[in-house]
Write a new protein. Structure first.
Length: 189
C-alpha cells in the first residue's frame, strides 16, 4: 500500500507542476509575434454623432466622430455604402489662391492611438458621389469603413437637413454636394 501511496503523491506533484506551467504560457507565436492576441481594428474603434447630409441626388457627405482607444494608430482606408457606387475620403485644404477646396486624402484617415478624428463640414469628411435616389432627413445610411488591417466596421448614420457642407472639388470645375455645377471650386459655407 505504501508503494501505491507514493505513486499517487508523485502523480499529484506532476499534475500540479503541469498545471502551474500552463498558467505561464502566452498566445504569442514561436517567432515572438503577438498579433494573435491583438483585436481587429474594427472591434476597437467607436463612432458617435455620425450623420449624412440629406440630398435629392448628386453628392453628399458623412460626418461624425471616430475614436481609437488603442495604443496603435488605425487608418480608415476606404468607405462604401449602398446609396452610391463611389465614395472618397476627403480633406479640405487651402489652395494656392487662398481658397478652401476639398480633395481626396492620400493614405486615408489616420485615427491616432488614444485619440479621435472629427469628420465635419469644412474639414475631413466621407464624400458620397453619384447618389441617384433622394436621401431624406430621417433616412438611415449604412457606411462600411475598411481599415488598414482589412477588417470592416459598419456604421449607421441618420440623414438630416443641413444648409452648409457645400464644399467643392479642387480644380477647374465640378459638382458641389447639392449636385449643382460650380466652376470656382471654393467653399460655399
Amino acid at each position: 500500500m505504501n508503494n501505491t501511496l507514493n505513486k499517487f503523491r508523485i502523480l499529484a506533484v506532476l499534475a500540479a507542476g503541469a498545471l502551474a506551467l500552463t498558467g505561464c504560457s502566452t498566445t504569442a507565436s514561436s517567432d515572438g509575434d503577438d498579433t494573435a492576441a491583438v483585436e481587429s481594428a474594427a472591434t476597437t474603434l467607436t463612432t458617435s454623432d455620425m450623420w449624412v447630409k440629406a440630398v435629392d441626388g448628386g453628392m453628399t457627405a458623412a460626418f461624425g466622430m471616430i475614436e481609437n482607444p488603442t495604443d496603435r494608430d488605425i487608418t480608415v482606408v476606404s468607405v462604401s455604402t449602398s446609396v452610391s457606387d463611389m465614395t472618397e475620403l476627403h480633406e479640405t485644404v487651402e489652395n494656392d489662391a487662398g481658397e478652401m477646396v476639398m480633395r481626396p486624402i492620400d493614405g486615408g484617415f489616420v485615427i491616432p492611438a488614444g485619440g479621435s478624428l472629427m469628420l465635419e463640414p469644412g474639414g475631413n469628411h466621407i464624400m458620397i458621389m453619384g447618389v441617384t435616389d433622394p436621401i431624406l432627413a430621417g433616412d438611415d445610411v449604412t457606411l462600411t469603413l475598411t481599415l488598414d488591417d482589412g477588417s470592416t466596421l459598419e456604421v449607421t448614420a441618420p440623414a438630416k437637413d443641413y444648409s452648409g457642407a457645400n464644399e467643392n472639388y479642387e480644380g477647374g470645375s465640378g459638382t458641389n454636394m447639392d449636385g449643382d455645377m460650380d466652376g470656382d471650386m471654393e467653399m460655399n459655407e
